[in-house]
Ligand binder design. Structure first.
Ligand code: PMP
Length: 363
């Protein structure tokens, strides 16, 4: 087989090699079931086992309390930008609070406004979304139907490292840092994440919702858009993305059995990110990190070089060395190294080395 590169893409992104190998082995015939997961009915015992195991392992990994429901949906995280206000905001008299910390929370706000009242509780625009608020920086509305935040802004590379204790239910877009550390789930009303960054392939979005919030969903919502139907049918309201759920299940098992849980995953992610931030901080200003140090993301390391030409050259030379996908998002430019759970330490070490060499040669 052709040699694999180190894939720093923001998503779809790197997956554990052992997961890919398992999927390859299972593709012709899932042991015990006589057929591939791609061919199997979503109501067949084989898939129901896979679905149950995925839910079980997710619940164990995140220590999800019993009063939360787990559903697997399609439509990506973007559909949640709409489903959340449709279900949790309709019929409410107060506006929802939105923390605008970067591109993705802004897009979520725009969708919420289409549906109902949404208030900007904090906005990082004045410093170009390089930092995050602490509880002292905004005035939470305790009666807000929910407070919305994005735990990790994939484009800007800023990440919350705490779970807020608010009176209103916290709704968190964890798309780009799902399962990268343990979460205190009880502090959230709803947590969601598309899989294609940290948890699997594109095509499935995990939604974890506190049971009592389901009472807000109104009967006149379009069927697919109503959380309650998905909960009642246990993610089988319509044909779910069976392959994506299967593969996410393999990633969950990898996290549990091979990595040894989310505490270990977190420590490993901290170790990896430090390698890159140390190079940035030791470069005498050659590499400029976008995020303020206190809010740096462990998942998406964003930085600039002295010129756009050098940034282009950096990404091109990186690619030649097998360090792929380093170009920053088209909306902000620069360089972005996405180092999700499955990025091996060796890949990050090679990138750190390359950064130092590049500075020496182009400084
Ligand atoms: N939220 C965040 C934080 C993201 O990074 C992304 C995807 N880059 C999305 C939402 C949108 O996800 P999707 O493409 O699955 O709709």
């Amino acid at each position: 087989a052709q040699e694999r590169v180190y894939n720093f893409s923001p998503g779809p992104a790197v997956l554990p090699v052992s997961v890919l190998q398992q999927a390859q082995r299972d593709l012709m015939c899932l042991p015990g079931y006589g057929m591939s997961i791609l061919e199997m009915s979503h109501r067949a015992p084989g898939f129901l086992d896979i679905l149950a195991a995925a839910k079980h392992n997710l619940k164990e990994l995140l220590r999800i309390p019993d009063n939360y429901k787990i559903i697997f949906l399609q439509g990506g995280s973007r559909l949640q930008f709409s489903m959340i206000p449709m279900n949790l905001l309709r019929g409410q008299s107060q506006p929802a609070d939105y923390l605008i910390t970067g591109s993705w929370s802004k897009m979520a706000l725009d969708e919420a406004k289409r549906e109902g009242l949404a208030r900007v509780a904090w906005d990082g625009k004045s410093t170009n979304y390089d930092r995050l608020p602490t509880l002292a920086d905004w005035q939470p509305n305790k009666d807000a139907p929910y407070t919305y935040l994005c735990s990790n802004e994939t484009i800007q590379g800023v990440q919350f490292d705490t779970d807020f204790d608010l009176k209103s239910p916290v709704v968190a877009d964890c798309s780009s840092d799902f399962l990268h550390r343990p979460l205190d789930v009880a502090k959230y009303g709803l947590i969601y994440a598309c899989a294609q960054k940290n948890a699997g392939p594109a095509g499935v979005t995990a939604v974890i919702i506190r049971e009592d919030l389901l009472a807000r969903s109104q009967d006149n919502l379009p069927g697919y858009m109503n959380y309650t139907g998905h909960v009642k049918e246990d993610s089988l309201y319509n044909t779910p993305p069976t392959f994506a759920i299967y593969l996410m299940g393999l990633v969950l098992r990898w996290l549990k059995d091979d990595v040894g849980g989310l505490e270990k995953m977190h420590a490993f992610n901290q170790e990896k990110a430090k390698l890159l931030y140390d190079v940035i901080d030791g470069s005498g200003g050659y590499f400029k990190g976008h995020a303020q140090p206190a809010n740096r993301s462990l998942m998406n390391v964003t930085f600039r070089l002295p010129s756009e030409d050098l940034e282009k050259k950096f990404c091109k030379e990186g690619e030649k060395r097998g360090l792929d996908g380093l170009k920053g998002h088209r909306s902000v430019g620069g360089v972005r190294a996405s180092i999700y759970n499955a990025m091996p330490l060796e890949g990050v070490k090679q990138l750190a080395e390359f950064m130092k060499e590049f500075q020496q040669q182009n400084g």
